[in-house]
Design a protein around this ligand. Structure first.
Ligand code: GDP
Length: 434
């Protein structure tokens, strides 16, 4: 998917526009405990094109001076985006800070679309002409508060999207990524899976470091590791911000079939672990929980069981994810990981037969009829699997509102028992039968 970044000095209205662009889409995500929504990177849609939007204004850099902040935010946009929306304020005219941002953007080779915000009525349109002098061509007047002008702005932005690159890797290839807090051992595990110490690619100016994808073959199967750890850019301020690493993780997750979410056994589970794992879950990817640094644990009879209980109670939303305990350092049990990746990936792409699915649903119904809501019984007519990655089912009913989430959960469990979907989330939607 193409990426659009919104840049500009503070208070020109970047977040308002961001919220307008992604608005509904971000709030439809299911309510998962332990998951906080990050509103800096989200999916948006214009006509038939889906893309991701970054609100660089959301990248906070603590006590850094304003100028440093703006520079780093512009750099994020230049690194990450296919198209940059440079936003200024039509009521203020061109300020020194706008010129600073413009200077950084000149040096990038990225297409820039200039948006003049706070043009709330047609009379104000004459204010936009002075912005031609910024040197980014035609200024597009918009109003974040009134939602005006966004269509024209997006038409222009979409024009600059790169042509879809042909996916070079065939469908048989399993793509997976490793995510987790800094120092949980992502790089170490990548190295140990690849069986060699890999050198982290240097930061040669002008090279794209969008992702470091490493293909490898094992037992006749092709894999690609999408490496977030290797993508660190040393020496830049934003590199160390939590939000920036989340953005990195989100990009890697999006391109993966299977996501390995790492936990450090030595430090134990932390809030940030849940948040990061939540992103993989929300993206509908297959997930494996990897407990690394198991070598540091003093193993008693119940150590693994106790750790597992902790993981399960902290990651309830990942109840489908297998847990693998290993040590990237000593390589103990690292060989058990790839078979789980294969299994999760196959389940993620699994299609079940419609007739068997319906037998399973009807058996479930007979065993445990759906409870009535306000005296009205739920009737289930039939079910079908409508898509994969993740497996998604539609259950046709008399009235979708009568499908209580506990009953949906019950059906999910029956489907899981019947078909085996370990490692992958599955989605069930109730639809009214027409
Ligand atoms: P990343 O930031 O997630 O990529 O983490 P690194 O792979 O750079 O590892 C962070 C630190 O943890 C390094 O000092 C590693 O040597 C150490 N480490 C990684 N895996 C293990 C492990 O399985 N056991 C132990 N004891 N240390 C580990």
């Amino acid at each position: 998917k193409s990426v659009v970044a919104i840049v500009g000095r503070p208070n020109v209205g970047k977040s308002t526009i961001f919220n307008r662009l992604v608005g509904e889409r971000i709030s439809i995500v299911e309510d998962t405990p332990g998951v906080t929504r990050d509103r800096i990177y989200a999916e948006a849609e214009w006509l038939t094109t889906r893309f991701n939007v970054i609100d660089t204004g959301g990248i906070e850099l603590g006590d850094e001076p304003l100028l440093v902040q703006m520079r780093e935010q512009a750099n994020v946009a230049i690194d990450e985006a296919d198209v940059i929306i440079f936003m200024v304020n039509g009521r203020d005219g061109i300020t020194g800070a706008d010129e600073e941002v413009a200077k950084i953007l000149y040096k990038s080779n990225k297409p820039v679309v200039l948006a003049v915000n706070k043009v709330d009525n047609p009379e104000m349109r004459e204010n936009i002409y002075e912005f031609y002098s910024l040197g980014f061509g035609e200024p597009f007047p918009i109003s974040g508060t009134h939602g005006l002008g966004l269509g024209d702005l997006l038409d222009e932005a979409v024009k600059h999207f790169p042509e879809k690159v042909q996916e070079e890797i065939d469908d048989e290839t399993i793509r997976f990524s490793l995510i987790g807090r800094p120092n949980v051992g992502k790089s170490s595990l990548v190295n140990s899976l690849l069986g060699q110490e890999r050198v982290i690619v240097s930061n040669v100016a002008g090279t794209t470091r969008d992702a470091i994808d490493t293909p490898f073959t094992k037992d006749g199967r092709d894999y690609v590791i999408i490496d977030t750890a290797g993508m660190r850019k040393r020496g830049k301020v934003y590199e160390n911000t939590e939000r920036y690493s989340i953005m990195r993780a989100l990009k890697a997750i999006e391109r993966s079939d299977v996501v390995l979410t790492l936990i450090d056994a030595e430090t134990g589970i932390q809030e940030q672990d849940k948040k990061i794992a939540g992103y993989a879950h929300e993206a509908g990817k297959a997930v494996i929980i990897v407990v690394n640094k198991w070598d540091t644990m003093e193993i008693k009879e119940n150590t693994m069981k106790e750790f597992e209980d902790k993981v399960r109670s902290n990651f309830r939303f990942l109840d489908y994810a297998p847990i693998v305990y290993l040590s990237a350092k000593t390589k103990k049990r690292t060989h058990t990981l790839i078979p789980r990746v294969v299994e999760a990936s196959e389940n993620h792409a699994k299609r079940v037969q419609t007739n068997i699915l319906n037998e399973v649903i009807m058996d479930a119904l007979a065993m445990n009829p759906a409870p009535s809501i306000k005296g009205q019984p739920l009737k289930i007519f039939y079910a079908a699997q409508v898509s994969v990655k993740p497996p998604t089912f539609v259950v046709f009913v008399n009235e979708p509102e009568l499908m209580h989430f506990t009953y949906e959960r019950f059906l999910e469990n029956r489907i899981r028992e019947a078909f085996g979907f370990e490692g992958t989330p599955i989605k069930i939607y109730a639809r009214k039968r027409k």
